[in-house]
Ligand binder design. Structure first.
Ligand code: CAA
Length: 283
C-alpha cells in the first residue's frame, strides 16, 4: 500500500515536526488543528527550520518552497476522508484521543490507517474506540522530530500485519529508523527513559547532588547530549509525570512511583521550557 497523502492532527511541537518530515519526504500533508492561530504559528516554525537548512546549504530555496507547498492547513477534520493515513499528535488525554478516533472512524473510508503518536497511552484501547482496530497503530516520533532518527512502531492487539508493514515502510521513506514494539506501558523508550529521569529527580530531592551536578555527571560521564533534568524540562514536566503515572498504574510496581518533587513542580505550574521554568529557568 502506498501512502501519499497524510493528515497530521495537532499543531504542537510533535505535530509540526511530523508535518515537516512528511512534506520533506514528498508526501502531501493536510495539517489540522482546532486552533488556526496555533497552526499558523506551527507553519512559521517549519518555515524557519527550512530557512535554516537553506542558509546552511542543505536545502535549495526551490526545495523549501516545494516542501511548504505540500503542506495544506485545514480547520476541517472532514478532509480526513481524502487521505491514506492520519497521524494524531494531540495532547496525551485518553478521553480526547478516543473521541477523536471515533470521529475519524466515521469520516475515513475503511482502508485509511489511523496512527497515534502517543508516548505512552495504550494503542489497543485507542483502537477499541473504532470499528477498525486492525487499521490502528502507534507511530511514536521523538522530539525534536526533524532531528531524531527513531520511530517506535507499536502494534495494538489487533493491528494487522498489512498495516504494520505499510507503516514500517513509510517510516523508512520518511528517513527514519522504525523499531517494532509491543503495546505495554511506556513501550520501550519511555519505560527506560522516564525511570532514569525520575531517579535523577529523586537524586536532587534527596540532596545527593544539585541539578547542575546531576546533569553534568550524565553528560560528561555517559555522553548523553542533555542531562536528565535538562531533558525533563525539554519534554515537559507534566508529560514526564503523566508517563510515570501510566507506568506506575500499568505495572503496579513501586519502582515507578513518581518523585514527590516532580509532582510539586507540576502542581506549581513549573512545567519546564514551555512554562519558562522547570529545573532551570528559561527566558
Ligand atoms: N527542530 C529541528 N531541529 C532542531 C531542533 C528542533 N526543535 N532543535 C535542534 N535542532 C537541530 C539544530 O538545527 C541543529 O542542526 P544543525 O547543527 O545541523 O544546524 C542540531 O539539531 C543540533 O542543535 P543545537 O546545535 O542547537 O543543539 P545540540 O547540539 O545541543 O542538539 C538536540 C540539540 C538535538 C535537541 C540534542 O540536545 C539532543 O539530542 N537532546 C536529546 C533529545 C532527546 O533525548 N529526545 C528524545 C526526548 S523523549 C521523546 O521525545 C519521547 C517521549 O515520549 C517523551
Amino acid at each position: 500500500m502506498s501512502i501519499q497523502t497524510i493528515m497530521v492532527i495537532g499543531a504542537g511541537q510533535m505535530g509540526s515536526g511530523i508535518a515537516q518530515v512528511a512534506a520533506s519526504a514528498g508526501r502531501r500533508v493536510l495539517w489540522h488543528d482546532l486552533s488556526m492561530p496555533l497552526i499558523d504559528k506551527g507553519m512559521l516554525v517549519i518555515s524557519n527550520q527550512l530557512d535554516r537548512n537553506v542558509a546552511k546549504g542543505r536545502l535549495t530555496e526551490e526545495a523549501k518552497v516545494s516542501i511548504l507547498s505540500r503542506i495544506q492547513l485545514t480547520g476541517a477534520i472532514e478532509e480526513a476522508a481524502q487521505v491514506d493515513l492520519v497521524i494524531e499528535a494531540i495532547s496525551e488525554n485518553m478521553a480526547w484521543k478516543t473521541a477523536l478516533f471515533q470521529k475519524l472512524d466515521g469520516i475515513c473510508p475503511s482502508h485509511v490507517i489511523l496512527a497515534t503518536n502517543t508516548s505512552s497511552l495504550p494503542i489497543t484501547e485507542i483502537a477499541a474506540a473504532t470499528t477498525r482496530p486492525s487499521q490502528v497503530i502507534g507511530m511514536h516520533f521523538m522530539n525534536p522530530v526533524p532531528v531524531m532518527p527513531l520511530i517506535e512502531i507499536i502494534r495494538g492487539l489487533e493491528t494487522s500485519q498489512h498495516v504494520f508493514d505499510a507503516i514500517f515502510q513509510l517510516s523508512k521513506e520518511l528517513g527514519k529508523t522504525p523499531v517494532e514494539v509491543q503495546d505495554f506501558p511506556g513501550f520501550v523508550s519511555n519505560r527506560i527513559l522516564m525511570p532514569m529521569i525520575n531517579e535523577a529527580i529523586f537524586t536532587v530531592y534527596e540532596g545527593v547532588a544539585t541539578v547542575e551536578a546531576v546533569d553534568t555527571v550524565m553528560k560528561l560521564g555517559m555522553n548523553h547530549p542533555m542531562g536528565p533534568l535538562e531533558l525533563a524540562d525539554f519534554i515537559g514536566l507534566d508529560t514526564c509525570l503523566s508517563i510515570m503515572e501510566i507506568l506506575h498504574e500499568g505495572f503496579k510496581d513501586s519502582k515507578y512511583r513518581p518523585c514527590p518533587l516532580l509532582r510539586k513542580y507540576v502542581k506549581s505550574g513549573r512545567l519546564g521550557r514551555k512554562s519558562g521554568q522547570g529545573f532551570y529557568t528559561y527566558s
